[in-house]
Design a protein around this ligand. Structure first.
Ligand code: PLP
Length: 450
């Protein structure tokens, strides 16, 4: 490895970081992480902290998951790559598809289409949704509906259904035919409604109104995260996603669950759709499918949708979509080992328990620090603090504040993520009670310091 001074001096010279202005990386050099074990990461200066970000919502089993590392190493020896485009397949991907079919059976999802990550999975689901309607003889169903505040990755389709201007404006014009309805975000919403159940109903009415306005026969799919993640961790009321499902069924619209964060236990349930008792037509997965150790994803497809494709005799079901790395054998081997370990550890149980511990801790912090306007969580290990300048007006905090809290928390022992005014927590699901206490005390010290 090059020495620390070389790495610090060169970081932003020849690389651009995602989600950051290039000049910012010069002004505020990033933490350079060089090692990790368990739920801890170590930086180039030897400072070690609990990773309350869990990589990027993906390292659910921590950094020392030996079965996944071994599976990757063994697969690199046996077969480091082969494509599964028409005419070829590989043993590991077949085995994985069978495992995923069993895992997602309770969600009604029985086929897998493999991808290289979350944005790819979203793009795949959006495209297959349009194709489904064409096969069924409704080629006019091409539009997409989604939630403001939603995050669906950065490909052109995904960015077009995204509900956050930060990921849209610089890249416009985006895909035509994408329309957004208000998110069930109790702290701020256009209805000024702070009761979650009533807000859910208002958002559902807005959805029904939009469907009527666009014409149901023009809409291919509605896409949503079961719990909105990157938009600031927004758990909808329990009536919301079932209400969306009902409206989609009524109007022949496909429901895409973007489970890139929520699949594999993070919410305290095995999937976000299962948490709400919903059976989507597609579920987009990635991230924790390989514990973040290999870029990989899978779109899971409902039995009914699969049958429409598989019964087609017109040629319309030929899938003109796929990635070089769809079904990569090393990714598939990593996913097989990861799935086995995820099930063996029964991670939703610990995610729920540690989530409850952090949730109680955030309530105590909110009582102590007026800068905390809102806290969100209560469903496993995805939680957020929204900071404000003034609780009465809910005015945004000074721009520099979230970064200052992040830096102080890092010094005090925890890596946290900031996104706008939000502090986001998404630690590994193998967190211990003592690790959770470290995160809470680091936040406490950071909030006291700024
Ligand atoms: C809900 C959701 N969908 C899609 C994506 C995009 O995934 P990727 O960054 O792997 O392309 C993300 C990433 O955070 C996500 O949270």
């Amino acid at each position: 490895m090059k020495d620390a001074n070389f790495l610090k001096a060169h970081n932003a010279r020849s690389l651009w970081h995602p989600m950051t202005a290039p000049a910012d990386s010069h002004k505020s050099p990033p933490v350079i992480v060089t090692a990790a074990s368990g739920v801890r990461i170590r930086d180039i200066d030897g400072h070690e902290v609990v990773d309350a970000v869990g990589g990027l919502w993906n390292v659910n089993l921590g950094y020392s998951c030996q079965p996944v590392k071994d599976a990757i190493a063994a697969q690199l020896e046996a077969l480091p790559y082969y494509s599964i485009f028409r005419g070829t397949s590989n043993d590991k991907v077949i085995e994985l598809a069978e495992e995923l079919r069993t895992f997602f059976e309770p969600d009604g999802l029985t086929r897998a289409f493999f991808t290289s990550g979350g944005s790819d999975s979203v793009e795949t689901a959006l495209r297959l949704a349009r194709q489904y309607h064409k096969i069924k003889g409704e080629p006019g169903r091409v539009k997409y509906l989604s939630l403001k505040k939603g995050y669906h990755g950065t490909h052109m389709g995904g960015a077009s259904v995204n509900g956050n201007a930060n990921f849209r404006t610089a890249y416009e014009p985006l895909l035509p035919g994408c329309f957004h309805i208000p998110a069930p975000y109790t702290y701020r919403n256009p209805f000024n409604e702070d009761d979650p159940a009533r807000l859910a109903q208002l958002c559902l009415q807005a959805l029904e109104d939009e469907i009527a306005f666009q014409g149901a026969g023009t809409i291919a799919a509605f896409i949503m995260e079961p719990i909105l993640g990157a938009g600031g961790v927004i758990p909808p009321h329990e009536s919301f996603m079932p209400g969306v499902e009902k409206l989609c069924r009524k109007h022949g619209i496909l429901l895409i669950a973007d489970e890139v964060i929520t699949a594999f236990g993070r919410t305290g349930a095995w999937t976000g759709s299962r948490l709400w008792g919903v059976k989507p037509d597609f579920a987009c997965t990635a991230k924790a499918i390989t514990n973040g150790y290999f870029p990989f994803g899978a779109v899971m497809i409902a039995e009914g949708v699969a049958q429409v494709f598989e019964a087609d005799e017109t040629g319309k079901a030929a899938i003109g979509h796929g990635y070089t790395y769809s079904g990569h054998p090393v990714g598939a081997a990593a996913a097989l080992a990861c799935l086995a370990e995820t099930k063996r550890l029964n991670v939703p149980v610990n995610a729920a328990a540690r989530g409850a511990q952090l949730w109680e801790g955030l309530k105590a912090l909110q009582a102590k620090y007026p800068v905390i306007g809102d806290i969100r969580g209560g469903h496993g290990l995805m939680l957020a603090i929204e900071m404000v300048a003034d609780r009465a007006t809910k005015a945004a905090p000074p721009k520099a504040l979230p970064g200052q809290v992040q830096a102080a928390a890092y010094k005090a022992g925890a890596m946290i993520r900031v996104s706008g005014p939000n502090i986001i927590l998404s630690p590994p699901l193998i967190l211990t009670p003592a690790d959770a206490d470290i995160i809470l005390s680091a936040l406490d010290m950071a909030l006291a310091a700024v």
